[in-house]
Design a binder for this molecule. Structure first.
Ligand code: PLP
Length: 456
């Protein structure tokens, strides 16, 4: 068997990777032209690649490494748990200490009466759970026709068949026969791109009222739930106008439909509170969690469920679960991650000190000729690139062409930012320092300058 290590030349690693590794969400042409970027180590907010280049990771991996890379405590806990009980399942009336402790802690942290946790291995799996859970809830309550889940265009809820159906990404629906039946999508509250002549406030209300229109059109007796990210992440960090969520909450209350807040990105400090629902003042019946739950150190996700829904589901046999639901090692790692977030006051300090600093610098990027709006809440931000700010115009090139150039300049300047179409997005570890924020902004500025020079 070949021994493959970090010390091998990059081209050899890339050739082996190309031969045997199929990449998620990757462009095949680009992969074969350039080879995959090989990341070998990480510490704090910094990644090191196989060429020894150090990159500032303004995406925290995939929005997940909230406590930063390289925390030995999590490795120690994982090793200890692997020795003691590396695996046991939670099916058939069985449990173990890590999952008991994690559930108790999550119930403490979650707002309101969100006191019960159903585990999964990822955010996608957790949203699949949610589809079955809300439909089962209504069926058990004697309302089996309430099966439609309303979601939004350009939402991202995962990649499995169920969660990909909940999501509203057209390129995903184009592959593999999505969406499944009884998922309905309304428009997103993206004022910059779709607000037309309306003020953000008017537009927020109009988009929220599409939920009410959809409920009336589909029939109240057919709608089970509405699912949304408090702030859309993968859709381009779309911060909704202030009028949006209060109206959505009013409508969910009025028609008694279940509200699912997908907190996979927004949870665990990203928006300045433990959960995005607290920042946006939402009262969900279910919250989807993953990513920051373990800061990405172990694959784990879940649904935090309110008393009423949990009572109904617990009273029936819910024929659902995953081999790794509540995996003991992942649960122990997640619990340790929550301890660090809590004891080091990472959420509170981030919200009080570094997030306002980042906001000020990020918003100042609107001085750049390429940048239209800059949005940021806590540690998730976006800028819209535009050829004409006043008109909120799109580029004449295919959507994403300029965003791609900008992202490539970021890489060249040792900054990992992502582009969604022609929006640039960040979601750095919550432990990013003020001087690292300065570096992030300097590199972003430099990359914008270079991008601007290229497209002029
Ligand atoms: N929900 C949201 C809001 C997400 O951003 C993601 C992933 O990016 C998911 C669900 C899916 O999570 P996972 O990739 O862990 O399956």
């Amino acid at each position: 068997m070949a021994i493959i290590t970090n010390h091998m030349p990059t081209e050899e690693l890339q050739a082996l990777d190309a031969a045997h590794h199929m990449h998620p969400f990757s462009n095949g042409d680009e992969l074969s032209a350039k080879g995959a970027r090989v990341i070998t180590r990480a510490k704090g907010v910094t990644l090191t690649d196989s060429e020894g280049v150090e990159l500032l990771d303004a995406m925290a991996g995939l929005w997940c490494v909230n406590i930063g890379y390289g925390r030995d405590e999590l490795a120690d806990v994982a090793a200890r748990q692997m020795r003691e009980l590396p695996y046991y399942n939670t099916f058939f009336q069985t449990t173990h200490v890590p999952v008991i402790a994690l559930s108790q802690r999550l119930a403490e942290l979650a707002p309101g009466d969100l006191n019960h946790v159903f585990y999964a291995g990822s955010g996608s799996e957790a949203n699949d759970t949610n589809i079955r859970m809300v439909r089962t809830y209504w069926a058990e309550k004697g309302k089996p026709t309430k099966s439609i889940i309303i979601s939004r265009k350009n939402a991202y809820h995962g990649s499995s068949v169920g969660s990909g159906s909940l999501g509203g990404m057209t390129p995903m629906h184009a592959q593999g026969g999505l969406p499944i039946p009884d998922i309905h999508h309304i428009n997103q509250p993206n004022w910059w791109a779709e607000g037309g002549d309306m003020s953000p406030e008017e537009f927020g209300l109009a988009r929220a009222r599409e939920l009410e229109e959809a409920i009336n059109e589909l029939g109240e007796d057919r709608v089970a739930a509405f699912i949304a990210e408090p702030i859309q992440g993968a859709g381009g960090v779309i911060v909704p106008p202030e009028t949006y969520w209060p109206e959505i909450q009013r409508i969910c209350d009025k028609y008694e439909i279940l509200l699912i807040a997908d907190e996979v990105i927004c949870g665990f400090g990203r928006t300045g509170n433990w959960f995005g629902s607290q920042t946006l003042n939402i009262r969900p019946h279910i919250m989807t969690i993953a990513k920051g739950l373990s800061s990405g150190y172990a694959p784990i996700g879940g649904s935090i469920v309110c008393d009423e829904v949990a009572e109904v589901i617990n009273a029936c046999e819910f024929n659902h679960g995953y081999t790794y639901s509540g995996h003991p090692v992942a649960a122990a790692v997640a619990l340790e991650n929550l301890r660090i977030l809590d004891e080091e006051k990472i959420v509170e300090k981030g919200a009080a000190e570094t997030a306002p600093y980042l906001k000020e610098k990020w918003e100042a990027l609107t001085d750049h000729p390429l940048v239209g709006e800059a949005k940021i809440v806590g540690f998730m931000g976006s800028i819209a690139l535009t050829p004409d700010k006043a008109a909120r115009a799109k580029f004449a090139s295919d959507p994403g062409t300029v965003g791609y150039i900008c992202r490539e300049r970021c890489f060249a300047n040792k900054l990992v930012m992502r582009h969604v179409g022609d929006r640039m997005i960040i979601s750095p570890p919550l432990v990013i320092s003020k001087s690292e924020i300065d570096t992030l902004i300097d590199r972003a500025h430099q990359s914008l300058d270079e991008c601007y020079a290229r497209i002029k």
